[in-house]
Design a protein around this ligand. Sequence first.
Ligand code: SF4
Length: 222
Amino acid sequence: MPRIPFPKRKVPRRVAIEQLAILEQTYPHAVTALEYASEFQLLIAVILSAQTTDARVNMTTPKLFAKYPTPEKLARARQSDVEAIIRSTGFFRMKAKNIIACARDLVERFGGKVPHERDELETLGGVGRKTASVVMAAAFQGEALAVDTHVFRVSHRLGLTLGTTPRQVEEDLTALLPPAKWGDATHWLIMHGRQVCKAPTPRCEICPVRPDCPTPAIIRRL
Ligand code: SF4
């Protein structure tokens, strides 16, 4: 199938809210696919998940956390040792540097605890807006909506946004939902992107939001 263009117009607000309500009903228990046993482990797993799959990260982190179970241990790690463990996640040199820096920041400035506020999270090594949002959404029931590749694609196909940057998409989506639902909405959209609205070929024939989605008509014209 040729690349499917995104809709050029947003759906009306009433339709957008209805689409999100259907996704909420469809994925009521959606959570992050990353496996973790503490806020520290989640934070490190999210940093490692850049440019790779959660499944790949889940294959890597058991060995990493067995050797470095706490921020204190990871803060003292040799970078080459960490690189050897996380190599398969890609960009392993930069990621090793980032997670060690992050652990040092946790130890030196936050007593080894992961802060819950965005402003503080984003001061940690290797943590940008998206990483902070994922951590807040997954661990703190925080009022944060993270825009990854699935959220970006699905929200465009549904006509919820015309945003060209993750930040613009985030602003459009958060304007449609109360803050208490922002974290959960991240997971509905990711789950829908993984299971149904796949790239490059969406499974529109089984999609519960199909009646309100502008993309099937675009596909028919291809
Ligand atoms: S109808 Fe198709 S394009 Fe629209 S959300 Fe569903 S799977 Fe994606």
